[in-house]
Design a protein around this ligand. Structure first.
Ligand SMILES: Cc1cc2nc3c(=O)[nH]c(=O)nc-3n(C[C@H](O)[C@H](O)[C@H](O)COP(=O)(O)OP(=O)(O)OC[C@H]3O[C@@H](n4cnc5c(N)ncnc54)[C@H](O)[C@@H]3O)c2cc1C
Length: 397
């Protein structure tokens, strides 16, 4: 199919292609591929990812030579609408297509783009993010993981913490200190590291929600190619911050690099509140709860309109500092919705075991617990507020 058609003709072709190529097992809620070699996919999900990659639609707006389809803004929107219409799952998600891929597109050399981007677009390998350290979270520039040049490789030593999904990942992009004598922001580089080597060790960390997506990742004389530093030696603070904008934009639903659109919606807050706190005629008797649900629904509509506006105004693949504002408002909104459901559910919202609670109830409880992390991950609420104050509103220090 040509990716250069417009409007309704493009929509018709997308619709016909999706009808034929999106398997039943890739529709509706469920797991999505992050490209990890160690997480097996069902045959339907595997076929879905491969077919979409062939079309260039795992990364629809990337250039064709790097595995994308060069879609313009309108075509991208149409593709997303059509994916949503059939409730198709995103064929490939994660830090490859959403964070490091767009960063390489923006800062990589031609050689780096040619070596990494097609591989990322096809989902050949899952990616972890090695930024935070035990003593460098919000104050990220204090990181101490060292990379020392030895011939055509860097030798890396140090410890990264909170590396999500690292146990299932094949690659990790790491912020390392390349010049310890320079001022702290000026001696950092962003480097790509293969995880299948003895020098990289991963230890899972268990979470409050019961899941264990977190890890601690230790580098002990780990090796990375010298030409896998993205954006130049000692330029990692600038490049690494841009990657964070891609991360925040992804959280906020305003990153147009990866294929975000097919994601299926989570359980609807109004439905859950009505089910537990509504009467037989579908009304919520408690006025305070009613008011909260109305406010939540209005904020949700405002959030969606803001997302759309920002996407329409985008001049690049993700916005700059505005990503902090939309990421933060999205996280607060999600937490508000979780609180509402838990309050409406009463004791049913505090489930711990499968024998007395329904699966859907346990899912709400887990989502509520997990939601606490949304104002920490990708930069805390306070850090986002600082960025908004300084960079968006231009307030003095
Ligand atoms: C679900 C989840 C996934 C994550 N995944 C990854 C990952 O894959 N890779 C990775 O590298 N990291 C990851 N992180 C780590 C995350 O980036 C850090 O937790 C975050 O940046 C905060 O750092 P910290 O935990 O060290 O807290 P601190 O920086 O120690 O902050 C503690 C408290 O102090 C406040 N604070 C700190 N500095 C300021 C300031 N200047 N002004 C006002 N308040 C301040 C903070 O807001 C916070 O409330 C993840 C975190 C979570 C929760």
């Amino acid at each position: 199919m040509s990716n250069h058609q417009h409007g309704e003709e493009f929509r018709d072709q997308v619709r016909a292609w999706l009808a034929e190529n999106c398997p039943a097992g890739a529709r509706g809620a469920g797991p999505m591929s992050i490209g990890s070699r160690s997480i097996p996919l069902t045959p339907d999900l595997q076929a879905w990812r491969e077919r979409m990659a062939e079309q260039g639609w795992t990364v629809p707006t990337w250039p064709e030579e790097y595995g994308g389809a060069d879609l313009d803004r309108d075509q991208y929107r149409i593709l997303i609408e059509e994916l949503k219409r059939i409730n198709a799952r995103t064929p490939l998600t994660g830090r490859g297509v959403n964070y490091i891929g767009p960063t390489i597109l923006e800062y990589g050399t031609d050689d780096q783009k040619a070596r990494w981007l097609p591989l990322i677009a096809r989902g050949e390998g899952g990616w972890a993010m090695g930024y935070s350290e035990p003593a460098a979270g919000s104050d990220l520039a204090s990181l101490t993981t060292r990379a020392v040049l030895d011939g055509d490789h860097y030798v890396i030593n140090g410890r990264k913490t909170w590396t999500s999904d690292a146990v299932d990942c094949d690659y990790i992009f790491v912020l390392v200190r390349t010049s310890p004598d320079k001022p702290k922001h000026d001696g950092i580089s962003l480097i790509l590291v293969a995880m299948s080597q003895a020098g990289v060790q991963v230890q899972p960390i268990r979470l409050l929600s019961g899941a264990s997506p977190f890890c601690e990742t230790t580098f002990e004389n780990a090796l990375a190619r010298a030409d896998d530093i993205i954006g130049g030696v000692d330029n990692g603070w600038t490049v690494g911050k841009r990657l964070l904008q891609f991360e925040r934009s992804t959280h906020a639903g305003i990153n147009i690099s990866g294929s975000q659109g097919g994601r299926t919606e989570e359980s609807g807050v109004p439905e859950v509140v009505l089910r537990y706190a509504g009467n037989e005629s579908g009304h919520i008797g408690d006025p305070a709860l009613r008011k909260r649900l109305t406010r939540y629904t209005m904020s949700g509509a405002a959030q969606q309109l803001t997302q759309q506006r920002i996407i329409e105004e985008l001049k690049s693949r993700a916005p700059g500092f505005a990503s902090s504002a939309v990421k933060l408002s999205g996280a607060l909104l999600k937490q508000e919705g979780d609180e509402l459901m838990i309050d409406a559910m009463g004791i049913r919202g505090l489930g711990v075991d499968e024998s007395t609670f329904e699966k859907s109830e346990l899912a709400v409880t887990r989502a509520w617990l997990y939601g606490k992390s949304l104002t920490i991950a990708g930069g805390t609420k306070e850090v986002q507020l600082n960025i908004i104050a300084k960079r968006v509103l231009g307030l003095p220090d």
